[in-house]
Design a protein around this ligand. Structure first.
Ligand code: FBP
Length: 552
């Protein structure tokens, strides 16, 4: 296979490990912390996870290894959307397995959780792993969003585990995938299958975080990639002075990605879904907010600007969120098939009119037809609306245009409003991991092995103190059930890991809030440039602004 000069160099990069994991496997012991309980709905979660609920948090430290030596056969799964660094989780896990016992085996299950159900796997060796070190993507074994939930799937997964003599499974995934890891861990424990399940926190969305998990991997690289592109667009806008750029960025629900990009690039407007929900802002109010910036800048700086829109915004605008929830309930169960079988859009619209409340239908009715149809695209296997497919950047630009037309008629606005649209999502998910993500991911994988070796089940690999140099990072594990609560999904109450939303009293948002009025009117753009892998540490090893502000 032909590889690029950068890839050639990156294959040689040696990721950094937390100081305490550098001692050598024989010199790592466990310190137990407090017993845990779920973040909410404790009784319900306890009853659903009787074998894995309430376990203790643990930290690794220097000391004689007291784990019982046994040959490990571990299966690893990449689950959900790609995030830079997944290959390093696997290489860290592989290196730790082999450093302990050359006879240990690592199997990669292909195409996501379905690989375990369908017994589709490959055994890794040194050459295989070496070809993927420090590279982006999940192509080493592929990924998928299958949810293991039916009795047949659990039975098939058990048979695969028994066939290969698996001792553990590592699931590298986001909130939904790690919810699935917790369910599988409970199933294996309840049925005495003898297989441990360990999760690793992945997602570019940055919403799998809490008091223990400081950030999910991939967020650092993805936001740096988007910020580079947004900075380039800002410079183009400031050069030509003729376009307003509407940039939608990924992040299915929370607006962490948008906020981080705004902190990096200082655009004229950045919408934050959580604020929109808190202030109960309507579509019309949001459009006015953007139009205010357009109007003000037209009088001073010119007819150009940059607006960042988080893709998850649609679910936070109250009237839109209600509409989406009603649509999800309307399509629950077999209703989807009934809807899909309708002959044309007119028949579907009639079905929709009858299924929605009058208020929601009013909201639905004023949307452009393209957006109306996008709201009915298939939900993912976890019941999520595929917000990446909804062109909210075009919707907001259209609403802003209408506002500006009104202002023109009223004589308050005399500028011109020409738009360009961008969606940054997929281009950031498989970039070469930044040094931070390369190190963090390798550490998560290495640490996942330590959790396996010490017999833990239903734990998330945890590496913290991340705003400090890697040598000071702290490694350990947290029971996944600690992060869970009950949420409504696909018309049903389900136990799920609670998503971390942007905190409006948190330091990253507060910083943004303190500066955005100036950014809305003046041209204060900052240009982060491309991710640097080699060079001065204050450029190459920078963490995100979010992490830096949160950990202050
Ligand atoms: P995960 O939560 O699985 O990490 O996926 C995140 C994400 O990248 C979202 O930002 C985006 O909405 C979604 O995946 C897109 O999914 P798909 O790759 O299936 O189009």
């Amino acid at each position: 296979m032909e590889i690029s000069p950068l890839q050639k160099e990156r294959l040689k990069y040696q990721p950094k490990l937390p100081g305490m994991l550098k001692n050598g496997i024989s010199d790592i012991c466990v310190r137990e912390g407090e017993a845990t309980q779920s973040v909410a709905d404790q009784e319900k979660i306890r009853s659903l996870f009787p074998n894995t609920y309430g376990k203790k948090e643990i930290t690794f430290q220097k000391g004689a290894n007291t784990s019982a030596p046994k040959k490990q056969v571990v299966g690893v799964i990449l689950s959900g959307g790609q995030a830079p660094g997944g290959h390093n989780v696997i290489s860290g896990l592989y290196d730790a397995l082999k450093a302990t016992n050359r006879e240990n085996v690592l199997l990669g299950f292909k195409g996501g959780p379905s690989g375990l159900v369908d017994d589709d796997c490959v055994e890794f060796d040194d050459a295989f792993i070496d070809a993927y070190r420090n590279t982006g993507g999940f192509d080493i074994i592929g990924s998928g969003r299958t949810k293991i939930e039916t009795p047949e799937q659990f039975k098939a997964a058990t048979e695969t585990a028994k066939k290969h003599g698996l001792t553990a499974v590592v699931i590298i995934g986001g909130d939904d995938s790690n919810t699935n890891a917790a369910v599988l861990a409970e199933y294996f424990a309840a049925n005495h299958v003898g297989v441990q399940v360990i999760g690793c926190p992945k997602t570019i969305d940055g919403d799998l975080k809490n008091d223990d998990i400081e950030c999910s991997f991939g967020f650092d690289t993805a936001t740096k990639t988007y910020s580079e592109l947004i900075g380039n667009i800002e410079r183009d806008a400031n050069s030509a002075k003729k376009y307003w750029h509407f940039v939608k960025v990924m992040g299915r629900s929370a607006s962490h990605v948008a906020l981080e990009c705004a902190l990096e690039t200082q655009p004229n407007v950045c919408l934050i879904g959580e604020e929109v929900a808190e202030k109960k802002m309507s579509l019309s109010q949001i459009a006015d907010q953007i139009a205010d910036s357009v109007e003000a800048r037209s009088k001073t700086e010119g007819n150009f600007g940059v607006v960042i829109i988080p893709e998850g915004i649609v679910e936070f605008v109250p009237e839109f969120g209600t509409l989406i929830r009603e649509i999800s309930e309307m399509l629950a169960g077999s209703k989807t098939e009934e809807f899909n079988a309708l002959p044309d859009w007119a028949a579907k619209k009639e079905f929709i009119r009858k299924g929605l409340t009058a208020e929601s239908y009013k909201v639905f009715d004023i949307l452009p037809e393209a957006i109306q149809k996008q709201l009915f695209l298939e939900r993912d296997p976890h019941g999520n609306v595929q917000v990446s497919l909804i062109e909210s950047e075009k919707l907001f630009a259209e609403l802003v245009k209408n506002k500006l037309d009104e202002r023109k008629k009223a004589g308050t606005y005399k500028g011109s409003f020409k738009t360009q649209f961008h969606f940054f999502g997929y281009e950031g998910r498989c970039a070469f991991p930044s040094n931070f993500d390369a190190d963090y991911c390798y550490s998560l994988g290495y640490n996942a092995f330590m959790l396996i070796q010490y017999g833990f089940n239903g734990y998330l690999s945890k590496v913290s103190n991340l705003s400090r140099p890697a040598d000071e990072w702290v490694a350990g594990g947290m029971p996944i059930t600690k992060m869970m609560n009950i949420e409504r999904r696909n018309g049903e109450d389900k136990p799920v890991i609670r998503k971390a939303l942007v905190e409006l009293d948190g330091k990253p948002f507060k910083y943004f809030e303190a500066h955005r009025a100036e950014w809305a009117v003046k041209t204060c753009y900052t240009y982060p440039g491309a991710i640097q892998y080699y060079g001065p540490s204050d450029v190459c090893d920078l963490t995100t602004r979010t992490l830096a502000l949160e950990k202050g």
